[in-house]
Design a protein around this ligand. Structure first.
Ligand code: PHE
Length: 340
């Protein structure tokens, strides 16, 4: 009998059980009413009285061992299948999900696009790595003209013809080459200038170009379009002012100012106490530009404008340092929601 118990102890401990069926077979073989262990309890009656105590104890130990293993196996099999829910600790704190948000430059770009799309402008795109022709020469910058100096950029030593575009005006030419007027398009994108980085200047920034070429487009159209834009962007009581200016690719040219929406003309830091804030360069497309892109200036006229997205974003959100836009500090970036 002792022999049998020892033998069974080993079996009970080592019997391989890998799934629910084997588990049930295990239970039946060792622990069910007609199983091996209850059978031994039956036989205990026949054991001589002086050994009963000892054998009985061993038998109880065996039974406990088998029941323990059965419990363990049941738990681990449940854990690896559909019993998992029982093991999930729902009181554990979850990993916080950081929800991102849009960059303030993107928010302003979307808003600008939205305003012009409602006027029938579509959105176009052009390369940031550009040739001298599209960035300067086709835009009527004479060779060695000082206007090129105002837009110093990054060149490639191997090929001085290749540069990083200094403005989005290159897309004007590329668009007119591809598409016959009428053309009504805005062209957002990144531009580059060789400038020392400070709170007010950076070696790259963003612009939105606008171009409208058709028969009978006049200066009044330019003015009305930008007036509408200013009111949509900065509020219905915004006024605009046009100041004579110079760009090689527009004639006549004008800088567009808006009335300061912070002090409403009374004078503050943002408008430097002038009551006006500059937001764009603009003008009527120079006939040479139309010619250079294969459009007949006798038949078509147009206006163009270009504005800095950073500048408009700084005005909208009251940001005073350009470097914040490219430093990727989430404490800054997290703060922005669409306005209007
Ligand atoms: N490209 C000019 C600049 O970057 C802006 C501009 C665009 C002016 C279109 C007139 C017309 O300063």
């Amino acid at each position: 009998m002792k022999e049998q118990i020892l033998q069974l102890e080993r079996e009970v401990r080592e019997a391989p059980v890998g799934n629910a069926q084997e588990l049930e077979a295990y239970r039946i073989k060792y622990l069910s009413r007609k199983g091996l262990i209850p059978e031994l309890f039956e036989e205990l009656k026949k054991v001589p009285a002086d050994q009963k105590r000892e054998v009985g104890q061993a038998l109880n130990q065996l039974k406990n061992l088998a029941e323990g293993r059965l419990k363990e196996l049941t738990a681990s099999l449940e854990g690896s299948t559909n019993g998992q829910a029982q093991k999930l600790d729902l009181t554990l704190p979850v990993n916080q999900y950081a929800i991102g948000n849009q960059h303030p430059i993107s928010l302003t770009r979307y808003r600008i696009i939205q305003i012009f799309e409602r006027l029938g402008f579509n959105v176009s795109d052009g390369p940031e790595i550009e040739t001298d022709w599209y960035n300067f020469t086709a835009l009527n910058f004479p060779e060695n003209h000082p206007a090129r100096e105002m837009q110093d950029t990054f060149f490639i030593e191997k090929n001085p013809d290749v540069l990083l575009r200094t403005h989005t005006s290159n897309v004007q030419i590329r668009l007119l080459e591809k598409q016959k007027p009428p053309v009504r398009s805005i062209m957002p994108g990144r531009v580059y200038r060789n400038e020392a980085i400070s709170a007010r200047a950076h070696c790259f920034f963003h612009q939105v170009e606008g171009l409208y070429v058709d028969r009978n487009v006049g200066f009044a159209d330019l003015k009305q379009t930008l007036y509408h834009f200013a009111k949509e962007m900065f509020g219905a009581d915004t006024k605009i002012r046009l100041r004579p200016s110079y760009f090689p690719f527009t004639e006549p040219s004008a800088e567009i100012d808006i009335s300061c929406f912070i002090c409403h003309g009374k004078g503050c830091n943002v408008c430097k106490h002038s009551g006006w804030v500059e937001i764009a360069g603009s003008g009527m497309v120079h006939p040479n530009v139309l010619k250079n892109s294969g459009v007949d200036p006798q038949e078509f006229t147009g206006f163009a404008f270009g504005m800095g997205i950073e500048r408009i974003t700084m005005l909208r959100y009251g940001i005073n340092d350009l470097r914040l836009f490219s430093e990727n500090d989430v404490r800054f970036l997290r703060q922005f929601k669409p306005v209007m």
